[in-house]
Design a protein around this ligand. Sequence first.
Ligand SMILES: Cc1cc2nc3c(=O)[nH]c(=O)nc-3n(C[C@H](O)[C@H](O)[C@H](O)COP(=O)(O)OP(=O)(O)OC[C@H]3O[C@@H](n4cnc5c(N)ncnc54)[C@H](O)[C@@H]3O)c2cc1C
Length: 371
Amino acid sequence: MTDLRRQWGRAPWIRDRYSFVRSKAASRPDVAIIGGGLTGVSTAYHLATKGTRSLLFEAGLIGDGASGRTGGLVLEGTAVGVLDQVDKCVPGLRSIVAREEIDCELSLPGCWEIIHGKNAKRQLPWADDGQPIGIANTVSGGVVQPAALTIGIAKAAERLGAVLFEKARVLRISFEGGLCLEVDGERIFPGYLVIATNAWINATLPGAPPLHSSLTYACITAPLSDADLGSIGMAEGIPFYTKDLPYLWGRTLRDGRTIFGAGLTFGNPEALEGSDIHKDNPAAMLSRLRRRVPALHPVLGKTPIESCWAGPIAFTDSTVPLLGPHPANPRILVSGAYAGHGVALSVRAGDLIASSIHDNQPLPEWGRLSR
Ligand SMILES: Cc1cc2nc3c(=O)[nH]c(=O)nc-3n(C[C@H](O)[C@H](O)[C@H](O)COP(=O)(O)OP(=O)(O)OC[C@H]3O[C@@H](n4cnc5c(N)ncnc54)[C@H](O)[C@@H]3O)c2cc1C
């Protein structure tokens, strides 16, 4: 993937080299969307299915933020559980993938919630810093190839009339009087504006609640044989995340490689964008992960780690995501800060935003920005 943020390392997801059409942006679109991750492309897609055309501006390539770097665990609800209107994110994602025939390796065998200690329903053959680990619950969900999902939804949006601009960073937004964006030396005056910039929300939009933006880390091993996957308890292809600390998530890929992720380094969006995984705190986080994964099981101890990468996430103070209108202008809608639990949720958020703009459907109370 030719990405803007090379110093974050390369996620293993193969990105289709599709180029979105570059035309001149209409100066007065019904809707402008900032951010070409899953939230932005899903908003463009759902608006387009309702006949509303939008312009989407992405600073890098589609999927250059979290959506092309995520682990791709498909989870229900939010990081704080299922909330009003976000209780069927997984079936919603499955229907879009089927309807648009998106080839993104979606598999929904469930997801393990795992815990440290001996109180699990089923122990895994791992030791994390000397502590046993086991499965506490299996919840609904599974895995997806996230770059393929993001590009697939973006292409479907484009087919239905949305216009997506890559390498188009929005430099300024003003909303006194009418809405105005500055991008590529042009001024755009949309009827509605959707902010889908995730860890960059505070850099994009004045007046949004202060978020805790961070980088989070992952690594991928060389392929394991079926026998080795069986030995480490991962032959069923069920992804997992810890319910307790120290946090760890992981999954397998179809070719036998395994991915593990953990760790956070916080900073403002500009500082994070300049972070380098080979230096300072990011390097320390990755070397901790590189030591932790081989120690989980002897099979992992003899399996090389192929590569590591980082990606951006954001948290609100309460970990409840943002999904609502800007307090100073109801025509600006913001969605993000999913606290690392946003693959299926971001796709659902795009649906909810499109219904709010097109059908005047109220957005859920929990997502409001004035907290
Ligand atoms: C390493 C990692 C692992 C994760 N694992 C999981 C997981 O397994 N399961 C799960 O559910 N969630 C996971 N997440 C979280 C999930 O990936 C995100 O919540 C989700 O992808 C967010 O999508 P988004 O569209 O809101 O944001 P993003 O995909 O980050 O998109 C925001 C976009 O905005 C663009 N942008 C920013 N500023 C501007 C500007 N001024 N002008 C134009 N464009 C701009 C950025 O370039 C970026 O592409 C993970 C995240 C990371 C980083």
